[in-house]
Write a protein that binds this ligand. Structure first.
Ligand SMILES: [Zn+2]
Ligand SMILES: [Zn+2]
Length: 471
């Protein structure tokens, strides 16, 4: 339920690249591999073209950990790293050093293998394993100056190499040999741990998502956003909740004359008055603002404030002192926006905030055509309390909302005060009630309405959200 579906797609892409099912670098991956006895020499181990007898003999080999299997991997040009990975043998050293050990042992019984050597053409990794250190260095320098505790490493390996590797591993590798992708990720992680130190590698919700494209040796470092929950109070009738692009230039880069080059219709927004201080401190690129509903520009939002989640994108630091920001935002906005209840949050809460439909209490002041008798007005207005009203999509939002009739409940009406031709009252309504329309009736599109009940034209003077009844 993310408000921005393109971001979800992005996540999916990342996940599809990431490698799963690999253990920690500390574990010996061969620990539970039980050596199997060499297979019956009568068994025909190949299913290659049976007519070409010579080639068939050459390819005849049992799978590892049989010595003939290891000799076969050497013969086809496997690198030491892959030799170790596929051998199913315990060695004193690990990785390519372990493979080199196995190679030496194998040469003792198969002297012809001494000419083969670990070539530059390993069929099970195309010598990708040799790049692990290089790639790790690119990653650690790309992460310099960025604060993070967790990292997820994703690798994209060309499909043909994956298939080739899978075929050789399945046929000649020891049972349960680790596939190339997992081994490569493990190797990268172990080098990074050595270079950078304390990193927790995770399989979901990392601070840093690393994507390695092994074909181009390109590394992308995606700094995942930080989410901050809070409630905002808006004391102004002149600021929208989120940034509004300029109507003339549609917010293009550099703006236009009409917007004084800002690209914005309104200079300030709740989003920026909260987001800019955070983005500045955290070295972030931008923010996204997710509010639990929104009020019109000219409507203040008071009481405990409206719940929101601020998404701070690509931050270089992730642990701002939240308590400090409550006073900071209030002073930089000149008191127009005040926040409370700040705490760290996550993307899940964005969905929750977007889905929650909470009742709200409003105070509204409006004028009538002529002064109405106080007692009469109060009892007429109170008659709407508890009623369900039908609201046809208001004219002012009809360009962006489907034209339909919505039924909304007026939970209660209180504190009706009549001051000559002006009336002020407090009312609590179901989420999604159009309050201004409930008062002026939007030319009869809201039924019943205050205007209809009083049999007078009504004009809204101001409206405040007194409370969002959430959490
Ligand atoms: Zn290899
Ligand atoms: Zn403009």
């Amino acid at each position: 339920m993310s408000p921005d579906p393109s971001e979800d797609e992005e996540d999916v892409t990342w996940v599809s690249f990431s490698s799963a099912g690999y253990g920690s670098a500390e574990d010996d991956p061969w620990e539970d591999v039980v050596p199997v006895p060499s297979p019956d020499p009568e068994v025909d181990w190949y299913d290659d073209d049976p007519i070409d007898g010579e080639a068939a003999i050459q390819w005849d080999a049992p799978p590892c950990p049989a010595p003939l299997g290891i000799a076969h991997l050497i013969r086809i040009g496997c690198c030491d790293h892959c030799l170790h990975r596929l051998s199913g043998r315990r060695t004193e050293k690990r990785g390519s050093e372990g493979g080199s050990e196995l190679r030496e042992q194998s040469i003792l019984t198969n002297p012809d293998l001494s000419d083969v050597g670990p070539g530059s053409d390993c069929p099970t990794c195309e010598n990708l394993m040799d790049d692990a250190r290089n790639i790790s260095e690119i990653i650690s320098s790309a992460c310099e100056g960025i604060e993070y505790a967790t990292m997820q490493v994703g690798v994209h390996i060309p499909k043909d190499l994956m298939e080739e590797e899978d075929a050789i591993r399945t046929r000649y590798g020891a049972p349960a040999s680790t596939p190339l992708k997992a081994t490569f990720v493990e190797e990268i992680q172990s080098i990074l741990t050595g270079e950078i130190g304390d990193i927790e590698f995770v399989k979901e919700r990392p601070d840093l998502m690393i994507l390695i494209d092994t074909l181009t040796l390109r590394v992308e470092v995606d700094v995942r956003p930080v989410f901050i929950y809070g409630r905002y109070i808006k004391n102004s009738r002149e600021i929208p909740q989120t940034r509004w692009p300029c109507r003339s230039c549609r917010g293009r880069q550099g703006g236009c004359e009409a917007c004084g080059s800002s690209g914005l219709q309104y200079e300030d927004s709740v989003q920026d008055l909260i987001g800019i201080p955070f983005a500045g401190t955290m070295g972030a690129e931008d923010t996204a603002f997710h509010g639990m509903g929104r009020e019109d520009i000219d409507v203040r939002c008071l009481g405990n404030g409206r719940p929101f989640v601020l998404e701070v994108k690509s931050p270089r630091s992730r642990s701002p002192d939240l308590a400090e920001f409550e006073s900071k935002i209030s002073s930089t906005s000149g008191g127009r926006v005040v926040v409370n209840s700040l705490r760290f949050s996550d993307r899940k809460e964005v969905a929750r905030i977007k889905q929650t439909r909470s009742e709200k209490t409003y105070t509204i002041r409006f004028s009538t055509e002529e002064a109405i008798d106080q007692e009469n007005a109060v009892s007429l207005i109170h008659s709407l309390s508890g009623k369900t009203v039908e609201q046809q999509t208001p004219t002012r939002v009809s360009h962006r909302r489907a034209d339909k009739i919505r039924k909304r409940k007026i939970v209660s009406i209180d504190n009706v005060e009549v001051h000559g031709e002006e009336i002020e009252m407090t009312l609590r309504c179901e989420a999604g009630t159009y309050i201004k329309e409930l008062v002026h009736s939007d030319e009869g599109r809201t039924v019943p309405s205050v205007s209809g009940t009083l049999n007078s034209k009504c004009e809204v003077i101001w409206l405040d959200v007194e409370n969002v009844h959430a959490d």
